[in-house]
Design a protein around this ligand. Sequence first.
Ligand code: XMP
Ligand code: MG
Length: 276
Amino acid sequence: MPINGSGKRLTSVAPQFATGRAPTRPMQDAPTNPACRPARLVPIHIPDDASLIDPDSGGPGAHPHPHPHPPEYAGHLAGVLLPSARIGSRAAELASLIHEDYAGRRPHLVCVLKGASIFFHEMLRRLQDRSQGYTFDFLRASSYEGTETTGTVRVSEDFDYGGLEGRDVIVVEDIIDTGVTLSRLLPVLRERGGCRSVEVCTLLEKRIDGERGARAAEAGGGGGHAPVVARYCGFSIPNRFVIGYGLDYNELYRDLRDIWIISQAGIEFDHKTLAV
Ligand code: XMP
Ligand code: MG
């Protein structure tokens, strides 16, 4: 039985089919990630050439507010892509849509650990602002590449599938990249959990191309898998590796307040040398 980093036992689940509810409001633009079908609203588009906020610059173009980070990350960060305040206001918009869609119902929100944890709590607070009732739970899911399949997902063994029975489930994710993780996870929740409905709320959707884009297309339409439906999506971001606000690289950088682009030095940094 595989064991994850925190010592929890993980179960492997085979890829299965996913289906999704039709959107109630059409997208204004075509979806940019082939793993995603049209969603509830158009994600905010962060362009490929978006200027980053330089953490160490006090000069022209610098953000008026400081973006503190642990000093040991100096040099690891190329710049801020999304300040936390902007994420907060987007979470408020997403919470309004959820409140509208689930009027008179109590959705069951499922946080995909660990990356989504900060966004998840932001969403819970924003739903509270609207007096939206809900229940919640957490699961740990990790995707990996099999030798012959395009991937499968391991779900923490102690996840309470019984809590999904007859419920309107909203899976809360940090980022959809290739879409492989969700395309495997959603059918499992539907079939093992017996939920009434399953939707996805993701903070980020990455625009991808090349080899990874082909994998996303496969996860979305080929290999027996229907596309991932991210009904609620915050931002469409460039194809860069992002960290912070719960997102990690080698378990580092989750503690950053904002979402940053990692620098080459950050990628090459030997994380084992960091003091604990
Ligand atoms: P897929 O490809 O299955 O990937 O949609 C989803 C999971 O992969 C991780 N991921 C990232 N984590 N910065 C991160 O910190 C990134 O840019 C990134 N891209 C993918 C993440 O765990 C996500 O849930
Ligand atoms: Mg995630």
